[in-house]
Structure formats: C-alpha cells, structure tokens
Design a protein around this ligand. Structure first.
Ligand SMILES: [Ca+2]
Ligand SMILES: [Ca+2]
Length: 82
C-alpha cells in the first residue's frame, strides 16, 4: 500500500493528517482528472468523502483513505501520481 501513503501525503496539503473535500477537489483539479471523472472535481470529491468517511466527521483519515485509494487506483488517479 505504498501508493496509498504517498497519495495521502500528496493530497493532504496542510499536512494535518486528514483529507477534506476541499483538498481532494484541489488534488483532482491539479492532476487534471476532471475530464477523466466526467463530472466536476468537487462533485466527485464530495461523493468519495461521503462514501468512505465511515466515522462521519467529514474528513478522510488515513485508515479511511486506504479504502478510497483502491477506488482511486482503479480510476488511474493514484497510479498516475507516481
Ligand atoms: Ca488536510
Ligand atoms: Ca472520517
């Protein structure tokens, strides 16, 4: 899961150990995945946070991100960051 660690660090811009919808949106925009996702980056980011935020604090901790990373990897988002 090394890709999950490096992706988490890349997305968590303020390095506070959690990923917010805003950070995820910026990451999607920065990596140019809006076209690939076929919907606005902010919409996709909100959807993913809702789906994987199992403790419902509106943020993605690393333990939650590990589950999200598999989906991002399938979308070629995580892999493309290498
Ligand atoms: Ca953060
Ligand atoms: Ca959470």
């Amino acid at each position: 899961m090394a890709y999950a660690t490096s992706a988490f660090e890349a997305i968590d811009k303020d390095k506070n150990g959690v990923i917010t919808v805003g950070e995820l949106t910026k990451a999607f925009e920065a990596f140019g995945f809006e076209a690939k996702l076929k919907q606005p980056a902010s919409t996709q980011a909100q959807k993913l946070v809702d789906k994987y935020d199992t403790n419902k604090d509106k943020k993605i901790e690393f333990s939650e991100f590990k589950n999200m990373a598999a989906e991002l990897y399938n979308l070629d988002i995580v892999g493309a960051q290498k």
